[in-house]
Design a binder for this molecule. Structure first.
Ligand SMILES: C[S@@+](CC[C@H](N)C(=O)[O-])C[C@H]1O[C@@H](n2cnc3c(N)ncnc32)[C@H](O)[C@@H]1O
Length: 209
């Protein structure tokens, strides 16, 4: 019998040329191949389309695959992408341009928390957020995203099942504990309507009321 992931990928995301190209390119230069799964990417595209988001912010660019998926959802949207590593942001920029989205992404290099603080001081507002960076800061990123959100904005966070480790209440792994706290906070937040989808490595979705 097929695995669930394989079944979904075979039917709904049989061949994402960009995904393969980006992963091969990252492998060649020694970058980690930890982009979102193609099915999570497809869901991100659909969520952007459905929500009509025009101003998008992502935390964690890596090689640009999730950025491409977000922009596929609205090819005239603008994306602000926060990335710690300048060399990664350069790879992402090149891949995003080759995918046809030249000039549509602004990369902010450095710790995402500092970049988010700057955006807040500049009174920027966004319709869609994608959190996919250091797990220990997910809760801090959530607070910043809520502050930067337009009413009705969507906040999506990846890896929130963490290979199903979040189900293990006895886990002492720091990332697992942070992700469990993130899910609990989102689930109980008075300003959010939320759900966790078991797609890819888990995608927690929240809508800012
Ligand atoms: C899982 S990867 C992002 C994958 C990307 N979203 C995709 O699917 O194509 C996580 C990224 O977050 C970046 N990162 C880690 N800590 C960070 C921080 N404190 N601030 C900004 N970026 C950070 C890493 O350098 C890495 O590129």
């Amino acid at each position: 019998m097929m695995k669930l992931e394989q079944y979904i990928q075979t039917l709904f995301t049989p061949e994402d040329v960009e995904y393969q190209k980006i992963n091969e390119g990252m492998t060649e230069i020694g970058m980690p191949t930890i982009s979102v799964s193609p099915e999570t990417g497809k869901l991100l595209s659909m969520l952007v389309t459905i929500s009509g988001a025009k101003n998008i912010l992502e935390v964690g660019a890596l090689g640009g695959y999730s950025g491409i998926c977000l922009l596929r959802g609205n090819p005239s949207a603008h994306l602000v992408s926060l990335e710690l590593e300048e060399s990664y942001a350069n790879v992402a920029k090149k891949n995003v341009e080759e995918a046809g989205f030249k000039g549509q992404v602004t990369y902010k290099i450095g710790p995402a928390l500092s970049s988010l603080e700057n955006l807040s001081n500049e009174k920027e507002k966004y319709d869609f957020f994608f959190i996919d960076a250091d797990k220990g800061n997910y809760i801090n990123y959530l607070d910043c995203c809520i502050e930067l959100a337009n009413p009705g904005a969507i906040i999506a966070a990846d890896n929130t099942l963490w290979n199903f480790e979040v189900l293990n209440e006895n886990s002492t792994d720091e990332s697992t504990i942070s992700l469990r706290r993130y899910n609990e906070k989102v689930a109980n937040h008075s300003k959010l309507e939320s759900i966790l989808l078991p797609i890819g490595d888990g995608l927690t979705l929240a809508r800012v009321k």
